[in-house]
Design a protein around this ligand. Structure first.
Ligand code: BTN
Length: 247
């Protein structure tokens, strides 16, 4: 794979949006920023962060030939794995966990797991086939204050006592992403499943009654879950919110 072109902006609406615009011309393309005015998370959530203190990163990849969804869905797992590898390299002895579908949690000094990073993978389709994908990654690095609900649910490297340079985190992240991209998709998928460690876990699915048990994954990374009381089977994907204990 060619070494990626990287564009850095002081302020951008969303690095994902910019990467989507550019990926047709340049692939791979990396877009980073000091600040996003319309940073986005999963399910139309807002991704907020302080100026210059965090990683706001997107990697755009054009697919030639175009690929069916089951060949690109693994990129979400790949993004999460790259973040975990990066954080583990920078903050040795700190415990990081993946939370389905797209979060990375850190074990904080008080023993509580809090979200330190989120991954937003977006695909551009031409009919049924995918022509490009953007792996968007936010990592909280030097931000120590969070607003509202995030005050109790979010953390950063700084908050666990690790001082890191944002650009250094970006470099390591990029290196880990490209190392994982060299692996066959099935291998990455297996690695993701094992890191998630969610099989046979009891979960709550927000908006659905009861306790559900994770019985497996399908070929596009959805969870196959079964209601423990009724035996009803459903799929849980990116659009769903689930709750379970991170151990
Ligand atoms: C989530 O937790 O739901 C995913 C958050 C992803 C945030 C990153 S920051 C860089 C890129 N640009 C965006 O607008 N979102 C992603």
């Amino acid at each position: 794979m060619t070494f990626p072109k990287r564009l850095h902006f002081k302020v951008v609406s969303s690095t994902n949006d910019y990467a989507k615009e550019l990926v047709g011309e340049h692939s791979p393309i990396v877009v980073t920023a000091d600040f996003q005015t319309f940073g986005r998370g999963r399910n139309k959530n807002v991704w907020e962060g302080a100026y210059g203190e965090n990683v706001y990163f997107s990697l755009g990849l054009k697919h030639l030939p175009l690929k069916p969804i089951d060949e690109v869905a693994y990129l979400q797992g790949l993004g999460c794995l790259a973040v975990k590898a990066t954080l583990e390299y920078i903050a040795k002895d700190v415990i990081f966990r993946l939370k389905y579908p797209n979060d990375i949690y850190v074990k904080c000094l008080d023993g509580i797991f809090r979200k330190i990073s989120g991954v937003l993978v977006e695909h551009i389709f031409f009919g049924d086939l995918c022509e490009a994908s953007v792996i968007g990654i936010g990592i909280n690095v030097n931000q120590s204050e969070f607003d509202g609900e995030l005050r109790s649910t979010a953390s950063s490297l700084k908050n666990i006592g690790v001082i890191a340079n944002v650009d250094y985190v970006v470099e390591q992240l990029q290196k880990n992403l490209f190392e994982l991209l060299r692996l066959p998709k099935d291998k990455v998928f297996e690695f993701w499943k094992s890191e998630l460690n969610i099989l046979h876990t009891a979960i709550e699915v927000i908006g659905k009654e009861g306790i559900w048990e994770v019985n497996g994954f399908d070929n596009i990374g959805r969870l196959i879950v079964v209601n423990r009381a009724t035996g009803v089977k459903i799929f849980v994907d990116n659009g769903d919110s689930i709750r379970y204990a991170i151990l």
